[in-house]
Design a protein around this ligand. Structure first.
Ligand SMILES: C[N+](C)(C)CCCC[C@H](N)C(=O)O
Ligand SMILES: O=C(O)CCC(=O)C(=O)O
Ligand SMILES: [Fe+2]
Length: 395
């Protein structure tokens, strides 16, 4: 919507869009941020009575019994303009793709900072995850309790068939190879869920009487980028062919995603086409029973190429976790794995849902990295009953 060259009698589509998105307290509940306006009462041929460019934003007067005045802050219009789209990516949200060289300076935040009630450290931690897909937390007390408290700083823990906050060791306490001493190749968890967890937290509590059990991290977005450049046909197949998965190690549970055919290895934003998710766990993959015969060879070639890129030394970041240093991983981007081990090894951690993670990051971003245009130019009342800006540029 070319709000800056807004013609007086624009085509109806812009008028109805503008009227539908009025954010005055009568049309948009200031506390609940829900639409109060009845979209379907807006006349299809609605057109403004008057338009004025004000310091705070675009003021539009609509015809109705008592002319209705809407104010659209410039930052809000910029954020939501669709023709053309004007909301460029701001650098702070740029993803930093990485390979093995990340080992030189992996993103890390101190536990004390993350636990501090002012949330600055928590924002720093989640900003790391947003940019790098993972972050260490140093100085964590070597207990499950402290690790659980750390997890809960982000949001409520996601409970699954493996429990809420989990402690794992090689006792097959649960029907999964994570509860063995076996090596695990680079994977993302929960491919058998429709909605894989957003974050996965790991904290090695102890490892005695044995060796191995190193942690592998791979930036799935970095590897996908390489695939897109060097193996576009394979990238395309990984982006199109759904992959079924299951978790069937517990007699009480048989998890499969909905639909059971699953989801492609590489998931994209349907609107922007941007890569948004990697789903890959070759051990948990079920029977590929929906490939057409002409695709079988091609698909296996594609996953062989994918695996080759995933396992290239250039893509792999191996780190021997130590008690006291936890790591959180964006399970929609970064794959994790482990080398085989012996001896007694105790790992604890938790899942956090992707929406809980993104919500916490959004709220903290509003507080610590607000939309500069919104803060600088809007003179309109920014706070409401619940203290949240009525003009959060994202709403
Ligand atoms: C131990 N912990 C609960 C974290 C995971 C156990 C299940 C892992 C499963 N194979 C997957 O990849 O999702
Ligand atoms: O034991 C580890 O280091 C990680 C095992 C694993 O992949 C998991 O728990 O999801
Ligand atoms: Fe895992």
């Amino acid at each position: 919507m070319n709000s800056f060259r807004f013609p007086y009698t624009s085509v109806y589509s812009h008028n109805i869009w503008l009227r539908d998105h009025c954010r005055c307290p009568k049309c948009f509940h200031p506390a609940t941020k829900q639409r109060l306006l009845d979209t379907f009462e807006i006349p299809t041929d609605i057109a403004p009575l008057h338009i004025e460019a004000k310091v705070e934003g675009l003021e539009v007067t609509w015809p109705s019994q008592d002319p209705h005045v809407s104010l659209y802050p410039w930052s809000w219009l910029q954020r939501h303009s669709y023709d053309p789209s004007l909301s460029g990516k701001d650098a702070s949200q740029e993803k930093v793709l990485w390979g093995s060289t990340i080992q030189k300076s992996p993103p890390t935040v101190a536990y004390e900072e993350v636990m501090a009630k002012d949330d600055q450290g928590l924002f720093k931690w989640l900003s790391n995850v947003d940019r790098f897909g993972f972050s260490f937390v140093s100085g964590v007390p070597e207990t499950p309790e402290a690790t659980e408290a750390l997890s809960e700083r982000i949001g409520f823990i996601r409970e699954t068939q493996y429990g809420r906050f989990w402690e794992i060791t090689s006792d097959l306490a649960k029907g999964d190879t994570a509860y063995t001493t076996l090596a695990l190749g680079a994977h993302t968890d929960n491919t058998y869920f429709t909605d894989p967890c957003g974050l996965q937290l790991f904290h090695l509590l102890s490892h005695t009487g044995g060796t191995g059990g190193a942690t592998l991290l791979v930036d799935g977005f970095y590897v996908a980028n390489i695939m897109k450049e060097l193996h576009p046909e394979a990238y395309d197949l990984l982006s199109r062919i759904p992959v079924p998965a299951h978790a069937a190690g517990e007699s009480s549970a048989l998890y499969r995603p909905s639909p059971p055919s699953g989801y492609p290895v590489l998931g994209h934003d349907a609107f922007t086409g941007e890569l948004t998710q990697v789903r890959w766990n070759n051990d948990d993959r079920s029977v590929m029973s929906h490939l057409t015969s002409d695709l079988v060879e091609k698909w296996y070639d594609a996953i062989r190429t994918w695996n080759k890129c995933l396992t290239s030394p250039d893509s792999q970041y191996w780190v021997q976790l130590q008690p006291g240093t936890a790591v959180v991983v964006d399970n929609h981007r970064v794959l994790h794995g482990r080398s085989a081990f012996d001896g007694r090894r105790r790992m604890c951690g938790a899942y956090i849902g992707v929406d809980e993670y993104r919500s916490k990051l959004a709220v903290l971003s509003e507080k610590f990295a607000p939309d500069p245009v919104l803060v600088a130019t809007e003179k309109i009342p920014l706070s409401t009953a619940n203290g949240r800006s009525i003009w959060n540029a994202a709403l």
